[in-house]
Structure formats: C-alpha cells, structure tokens
Design a protein around this ligand. Structure first.
Ligand SMILES: Cc1ncc(COP(=O)(O)O)c(C=O)c1O
Length: 415
C-alpha cells in the first residue's frame, strides 16, 4: 500500500491498493457491523472476534467453576505483567518494564509523581497547554501534592531549563492528530537533566514506538483505542529497568509489595516493575484485553504505519477537494508529524458529525469545530475511506447537515 499524496484517483484505485494490502488478513479478526464505516477506533477500538469466547471462558469456566483457584490455575495473578509485556512489545519496551492496570489517569499520577521525585531539587513540571484534560488535571494534582509549578507549553516550542524536573507530553495531539518530534523532545529534556513521561494513548497500536530506544523515563497509555481492549479496559505504565530500584511510586497497594501474601504492616516495594502494581486488577477486562491483543499476531508495525499514512493521505486528498464547502485539514501533511487520525475543521463540525453517523459513517466531534476521523489499519480499507468521503461530500453538497435533527442539543459528546 502507498497512496500517492495529493492524488484523488478513483474508487478503483482504492480497491487496487486494498488488493495488495499486506494487512488485509487482519480485518477478519474483528467483528464489524456491515452497515457502518467505523472511523472512531481512536476513541473506542472495534471488537476483536476472539474476545467474546475469551470472556465466556473467563466467566463460565474460570470464575464459575475454578473460582478463587483461578488466581493460580488460570494465571490471574500474573495477568498484569503478562499483558503488560504484550503491550510493551507494541511500544518498543523489552519484557519486564510494563504493568497493566487501572486507568490512564491513575497511571499518570503514578508516573508523574515518581518522575518528579527522581529530581527532588527541581520545581517545574512541564505539560502541553493543549494536552488531553486528564493529563493537565493530573499534572496540576501532582504539582499540588509535591509543591511544584506547572508550566504549559506547545511541544514544538519546548524550552527545558535547569529547574525543570519533568516534561510530560502526549506523543500525538488528541485533537489535531499531530505527532510531535518525540526523539528531539526526549533528547532536549535529557540534555537539560530533566525526565520525560510520554502519554501514548493515541500512539500505542497506531504507529511504531521505541520507548527503550528513546530512553523514555516513563510512559502511560490506555488500551481501549488502537489496542481494542474494549470499553474501560485497563491502562498501562512503562517504567524502564534503570528506574526500578529508585522509583518511588506514590500508590503503594498491597499487590506491589515485595511479599504480598506476607501481610506485613508496612510497605516494601517489589523488585522490578511489579512494584508498579497497585490493588486487585479488573480481571475480566484484562482477560478481554489479553484476547484482543491476539489481533497483533504476525502484524508488522511498519506495515501498520505505511497503511495508516496511505489511508490518511487518501482522506486528506479527498478533504482538500471539499475546501469550497468550508472544510480545512488540520492534521499535518508531513508524514513525520502525523498520527493515525485526520481532523477536519468546519464551522458546523458537530452537525456534520451527526449527519455522518446517521448515514453510517462513525467519526467524532471535538469542540469547538473539529470532525475527527480515526484510521485503524487493521480493520479499515482504502475503499472504506473512499466511501466515507463520498458520504461526507454528499452531505456537504446537499447541505443535509443543516437538517434540524442534527442540531446540537446534548450537553456532552461521547468520548
Ligand atoms: C492523551 C489521553 N490521555 C488520557 C486519556 C484518558 O484517560 P483515562 O483512560 O483515565 O480516561 C485520553 C482519552 O482519550 C487521552 O486521549
């Protein structure tokens, strides 16, 4: 696959690209509705076909019959580390550095606090002024607890000074889909003696990432987007080997204890990444996630990246043709700066999004004026992008989105 950027072509061209797609086999690994083109896998990934039976087994056999013995017999106890290693393989982390559990928000609290405590003489925590709200709120919360100051920046204009303890950024901007220059940012942060924490919510499973090679000090991410773990599936924390002995994690739950069943009165952290465990994990969700990760078997992330860029190039080329209808492309055209979504600006983006959904194309809206279209190479084809953009074109040409049924009434939009 490789779409020629700027070339609009025809549906037959899209079909030809799909015919030689090295990832074509992966679509059958998902259960997708026939009448929907799903461009929202950057919010909630589609259902991997193996998850249903894995959950039936988890409920009927493991919980129903084996009961509490499942902690050992069915490997529930080792699940956070086992699933962590599988996620780690997708983000460039060697085994033993990723723990699965809790939410991204909780893991941000863990990572930011531990990182700041490794630079006790520095007072500043840097985050992106446009970061996802929870990243900003948790940066503020950690700063309050540790008596730090939060400095908000734009990642491309990052300045790290001698008082900066931690730089905490998302690799991909959730609104615009811009991928930051993670290597330069990590290097500049380290050169100034600070630590870097990456949020990979919009990167894990969306593009290749090399946490170990980058020398990241910590990373977090969710698993319900490009990793298809399902609604509310647990997040993960990456803590590299070099910080295991010294990282002082704030949430000292019993499962992170050196001897969890010794029932000691005081906390002593486990060796290795096990110290990042907190309390009892959400076993059913984690088993669903474990099964969901099977869709990556035999998948080369370089193919995922190439196809993602090809899909987004096609989408951008078709969106450019809608300029006269008030559409502008917000996502960078430079491949090196693009995640796996395309955001389109339109003054009636909310109404457009609702009209698209009513016509079987599911994307999402981000206030105030962005239509966000996620590209998930494992289950999307070029023809899906082509057909979705046909639908958008018709909606714009006929002004169907002006229909009062698409007008904004709800207080909240779905995440
Ligand atoms: C960058 C980023 N961080 C965090 C989250 C969500 O955090 P949580 O999993 O705690 O709800 C999102 C959700 O979209 C996100 O985009």
């Amino acid at each position: 696959v490789c779409y020629d950027p700027g070339h609009v072509g025809s549906r037959a061209d899209a079909e030809a690209l799909d015919a030689r797609d090295p990832l074509a086999f992966a679509r059958a690994r998902f259960t997708l509705p026939d009448d929907v083109i799903y461009l929202d896998g950057n919010s909630l990934g589609a259902l991997p076909a193996g998850v249903r039976l894995a959950l039936v087994d988890a409920v009927d056999r493991q919980w129903g019959r084996d009961l509490v013995g499942s902690w050992n017999a069915n490997g529930w106890w080792t699940l956070p580390r086992r699933v962590g290693d599988r996620v780690g393989a997708l983000v460039g982390a060697a085994p033993g550095q990723v723990i699965c559990g809790d939410s991204t928000s909780v893991q941000l609290f863990q990572a930011l606090t531990a990182a700041a405590r490794l630079r006790p003489d520095r007072r500043v925590l840097v985050t992106d002024a446009a970061n996802f709200p929870t990243d900003q709120y948790l940066a503020d919360a950690v700063a309050r607890v540790l008596g730090l100051t939060v400095r908000r920046v734009t990642p491309s204009e990052l300045v790290v000074d001698a008082d900066t303890a931690v730089v905490a950024l998302s690799a991909v901007d959730y609104r615009t889909g811009e991928l930051w220059d993670v290597r330069t940012i990590t290097g500049a942060t380290h050169d100034a003696g600070a630590l870097v924490v990456w949020d990979l919510c919009h990167a894990a499973g969306a593009l290749p990432f090399d946490l170990d090679g980058l020398g990241a000090d910590a990373a977090v991410g969710c698993t319900y987007k490009y990793l298809n773990g399902g609604p509310g599936s647990p997040a993960w924390l990456y803590l590299p080997y070099r910080h295991h002995a010294t990282a002082n994690l704030p949430l000292t739950g019993w499962q992170g204890h050196a001897n969890p069943f010794g029932l000691a009165r005081t906390y002593e952290p486990a060796d290795g990444v096990e110290r990042a465990r907190i309390g009892t994990p959400p076993v059913l969700s984690m088993l669903a996630l474990e099964a969901a990760l099977d869709v990556w078997d035999g998948v080369d992330l370089a193919d995922v990246r190439a196809k993602s860029l090809s899909l987004s190039d096609l989408l951008i080329a078709r969106a450019d043709a809608l300029h006269d209808h008030g559409i502008s492309v917000v996502t960078p055209r430079d491949h090196r700066r693009r995640g796996s979504q395309v955001s389109l600006r339109h003054e009636k983006a909310y109404e457009l999004c609702q009209a698209l959904i009513a016509h079987g194309v599911v994307g999402d809206f981000r206030a105030p004026d962005l239509l966000r279209l996620g590209l998930t190479p494992l289950y999307l084809r070029h023809v899906d992008v082509w057909d979705a953009m046909d639908t958008l074109t018709t909606i714009l040409e006929t002004a169907a989105y002006e229909d009062s049924m698409y007008r904004r009434t709800e207080a909240a939009t779905v995440t």
